[in-house]
Design a protein around this ligand. Structure first.
Ligand code: Z5A
Length: 212
């Protein structure tokens, strides 16, 4: 099969609490799609390699302090830095698997008490995902998984609050996967959902923008 026609790529976003398995599943999905011959890349936000990303990274590891509004705008700016490249990739036929996006931006800042509409405003005009998959895990279960607790935000009460805000942001278009299932089961469900989405993008579904 030739997947390399003028067909555009799909923008696939994985969301979920810390330790829900986004990184693991991004890797598996990347191999699965690449194995089927689809041009695909895996991205993540924050992108810690840019100048803005370095400020975010320092904040997350508690090496610097920033006002809640300031860090919110930096997370958003970090997505804007990548917007034109993202659009170019999609138009050239490459699908992108993105680990966290604007929904993380809003859910985490709103969980700190910032107004949700204020949080959404700087995201308006970024590219809208073609598919949002939420890896659903109770915060208590996530906390039991390895490596939890090192960075800012990795605290149970805060994660519960983030989960509530994700629920407020989700709509009927989101696909949910029970992230407590074995990794292979999550992988299989994710692959099926994503193949459907990639196909509809190839058939000409237009690229749209967030929250307009
Ligand atoms: N943040 C924000 O505030 N505003 C924004 O705009 C954005 C982000 C974009 C850094 O994110 C923080 O920035 C994040 C949100 C905030 N803070 N928190 N919390 P990050 O992306 O750099 O880090 P992360 O997303 O929190 O975490 P992570 O460590 O990458 O988790 P994960 O990707 O979801 O999970 P994982 O690494 O694939 O798996 C975690 C462990 O669970 C690992 O040991 C796995 O082997 C295990 N695992 C995974 N799946 C399973 C299953 N199915 N069964 C059993 N065990 C499993």
């Amino acid at each position: 099969i030739n997947h390399q026609s003028e067909a555009r790529g799909a923008l696939i976003v994985l969301e979920g609490l810390d330790r829900s398995g986004k990184t693991s599943q991004s890797g598996r999905l990347l191999s699965n799609l690449a194995g089927l011959g689809y041009p695909v890349e895996s991205w993540r936000f924050p992108d810690r390699d840019t100048a803005v990303g370095k400020m975010i990274s320092s904040y997350l590891s508690n090496k610097s302090q920033l006002d809640d509004h300031t860090i919110h705008l930096l997370f958003s700016a970090n997505r804007w830095e990548k917007r034109s490249l993202m659009e170019a990739k999609l138009k050239s036929g490459t699908s992108l698997i993105v680990d966290r996006y604007s929904y993380s931006g809003v859910a985490f800042s709103a969980a700190k008490g910032l107004d949700i509409e204020w949080c959404k405003a700087p995201e308006v005009g970024l590219l809208a995902p073609d598919l949002v998959v939420y890896l659903d895990i109770p915060p208590e279960k996530a906390a039991e998984r390895g490596g939890y607790g090192g960075e800012r935000y990795e605290q149970l009460e805060f994660q519960k609050n983030v989960a509530r805000h994700y629920k407020m942001l989700s709509d009927a278009s989101w696909k949910m996967i029970d992230a407590c299932l074995p990794m292979e089961d999550v992988e299989k469900q994710l692959k099926e959902m994503v193949l459907d989405c990639v196909t509809s993008c190839q058939k000409g579904k237009p690229i749209s923008q967030l929250w307009l």
